[in-house]
Design a protein around this ligand. Structure first.
Ligand code: AHR
Length: 654
């Protein structure tokens, strides 16, 4: 097998990384020559992977502010939870109230529970209070759209009074809704808080004697990302958009194949009016409302210019099933009954039709009815996630794969090769993918930074005639600068191998502080703050500075502590050099652009540096913010690479 661009390979190892330079020792200058040796690389190399874990969706990216507005939480989601979790009865002005959960004659069978609020006499008011996900954060002057489905069950009833309050009961905003009808109907109101409060609560009161049924209680900021209804939290979505991801994998990893067969993610349960969707137990031990469903995922992809990459289960559940907090589920990987596979496969084919089909097709019409007549241009489809390579898996994967290939040869299917970089599942998975000629496989690895530095050559020897690689999940197990630096070095190797590595996404993407299921993560947040990790800035620099042609850089002498890549962005014609110095001494570099391009004098240089010994930098992101400056360059120029730094130089040639 040809070893491409041998001269560019940097064999970094921890032994050469961490020791400080000898006192007084003058580091040798290194000449880095960008040669004419060019190759096309993937235009979709760097993207993102979204999974609803760490409260990434409900209470996170999904802008809904009411927690358990559908009264569907249950002990199956988490120990001690029930349909009233998140809600409290409140009685005001001498009112004598009651609450009860009922499920007869529901708003929708997919969403069976609703609350019945009672007020005994025409005295005062009774209601329910919701404090959202760690409080409801509201801003003065902004508008918040309240809605509820209501039905008067008994008594004359009275108006519904909707109030935003502080936890001390100070009124921030209020609205009144006329007494509900006796049939389910949606009621809406707009609330405009007088003050900015991080942990407000929403109170819904009934003022007339009788019993009123309430369901799907919702409070949404008017200001969602791109002003989409049922949309996404603007600041968090913008932080993701700022990564300039070329694709987004969703709705998750383990969440997709699920904790038991009944927990496999079913995309059809996540589309249509929110009140008709079917929420479910989240494998990460909470509840997923699926308010952020497939329509919203695809819409978000379009809004941020990322290609959608949905993943469906391969007809098997997670091999770790049965380890949830409740531990009531059957253990281990199991496959859908073969008699259920045709219907399951049809669901997968319907997904492709829903995303791309014409508006006169059954599923294309549903997409159009939801507000998107144009195709979503689905190109990629993942089948399976880290599945144990068993006969049960293989049989079902092949059935789905064959059906998709036969009906939709235009779709690039991505298979799976287990959860680790080099174990039995990995080898079995690759063997199977080669047998079936699966176009791409999804590799995952969460390893130490040292592993990343020691494996910069991983893909140099991959067979270019076989499946392409999607590194669907990777992270170096930490948010220190050393972690981020090792990932930066690794990403230069991904660019160098961008002819076989087609896509890569760091994982996990989001984490709400205080609700960790998995660490490290790329972006941390709470209700008012978004705190990107230092790893985020590395991802962002690669995302914003991608190219489709790789020019091989040669190094003389080979600096074992420096990783380098060079790409050309065809849209701008810019040449982009990425230089990662993992040594604890600066390295003087002499750069020679010898690929035939005539470099213009004005370039920009962005440098990320940090203390590699510092533990977590995510709490103090200002310490590692990228420093961007203009720089004079020519076809040869000098550049000092600071100790433990990532330097990016963007040069114009047009
Ligand atoms: O990214 C977190 C989890 O890691 C994913 O759900 C799973 O695919 C992997 O094991």
């Amino acid at each position: 097998m040809k070893q491409p661009h041998r001269t560019a390979l940097c064999v970094l190892s921890l032994a050469t990384v961490l020791p400080l330079a000898q006192a007084g020792a003058e580091p040798a200058p290194v000449t880095i020559t960008v040669t004419k040796d060019a190759k096309a690389i993937s235009p979709d190399l760097f993207g993102i992977f979204f999974e609803d874990l760490n409260w990434a969706a409900d209470g996170g990216l999904y802008a809904e502010l009411v927690r358990n507005g559908s009264f569907e939480f249950s002990p199956e989601d988490a120990k001690g939870w029930n349909p009233m979790t998140g809600w409290q009865l409140v009685e005001r002005d001498g009112g004598n109230g009651s609450v009860l959960i009922q499920s007869d004659a529901p708003l929708n069978p997919n969403n069976p529970n609703y609350v019945v609020l009672g007020l005994q006499k025409n005295i005062g008011a009774a209601g329910i209070c919701n404090s959202g996900y760690d409080g409801i954060s509201v801003q003065a002057g902004e508008q918040y759209n309240f809605s509820v489905f209501a039905r008067q069950l008994a008594g004359p009833g009275g108006s519904l009074e909707i109030q935003l309050e502080t936890t001390n009961g100070i009124l921030l905003a209020k609205a009144s809704i006329s007494a509900p009808d006796s049939a389910w109907r949606k009621y809406s109101a707009v609330l405009e808080p007088t003050n900015t409060v991080a942990n407000a609560q929403l109170v819904v009161l009934t003022t007339g004697e009788g019993r009123v049924a309430l369901d799907m209680i919702s409070l949404f900021p008017e200001n969602t990302f791109h002003h989409r209804p049922n949309g996404l939290r603007a600041d968090l979505a913008q932080t993701i958009a700022d990564l300039h991801p070329r694709f987004m994998r969703f709705p998750g990893g383990c969440l997709v194949h699920g904790d038991g067969l009944d927990n496999i993610y079913q995309w059809k349960n996540t589309i249509g009016p929110v009140e008709t969707r079917k929420g479910q137990r989240n494998i990460w031990h909470y509840h997923q409302s699926v308010g952020l469903g497939y329509y919203e995922f695809f819409q978000f992809c379009e809004d941020i210019g990322a290609k959608p990459l949905p993943v469906v289960a391969a007809g098997v559940c997670c091999q770790n099933s049965g380890e949830s907090v409740t531990k009531v589920w059957e253990q281990g990987q199991r496959g859908l009954a073969l008699s259920d596979m045709p219907a399951y496969i049809q669901n997968v084919l319907d997904l492709i039709e829903w995303a791309n089909g014409p508006t006169n097709s059954t599923w294309g019409a549903k997409r159009a009815a939801a507000g998107h007549p144009a195709s979503f241009h689905l190109e990629y489809l993942g089948i399976g996630n880290e599945d144990k390579q068993t006969e049960v898996f293989r049989e079902r994967f092949k059935m789905i794969y064959d059906a998709v290939k036969a009906k939709h040869p235009e779709i690039t299917v991505i298979g799976t090769v287990g959860p680790r970089p080099n174990d039995d599942d990995y080898h079995q998975g690759w063997k199977f993918a080669n047998e079936l000629r699966v176009p791409m496989v999804d590799e995952h690895y969460y390893e130490k930074p040292e592993w990343f530095l020691e494996n910069l050559n991983r893909y140099d020897s991959y067979d270019r005639t076989k499946s392409k690689v999607y590194v669907g999940e990777y992270a170096s197990r930490g948010n220190s600068w050393f972690n981020a630096l090792s990932e930066a070095a690794y990403m230069t190797a991904l660019e160098r191998n961008g002819d076989v590595v087609h896509m890569a996404s760091y994982a996990p993407l989001l984490c709400k502080m205080g609700h960790f299921n998995w660490r490290p993560d790329l972006i941390y947040f709470d209700n008012t703050r978004v705190v990107p990790s230092v790893n985020y800035y590395v991802q962002q620099l690669f995302g914003c500075n991608a190219g489709e042609t790789f020019f091989a850089p040669a190094m003389d002498p080979v600096a074992t502590n420096v990783a380098v890549s060079c790409v050309e962005d065809s849209a701008s014609g810019d040449l982009i050099l990425k230089l990662v110095n993992v040594a604890s001494n600066a390295v003087p570099a002499h750069l020679v652009i010898a690929n035939g391009m005539n470099v213009k004098p004005d370039a920009t240089r962005t440098v990320l540096t940090g203390n590699p010994q510092a533990e977590d930098t995510f709490r103090n992101p200002d310490a590692v913010l990228p420093k961007r400056e203009s720089m004079a360059v020519a076809n040869t120029f000098d550049c000092n690479l600071p100790a433990c730094s990532f330097t990016l130089i963007r040069m114009k040639s047009k």
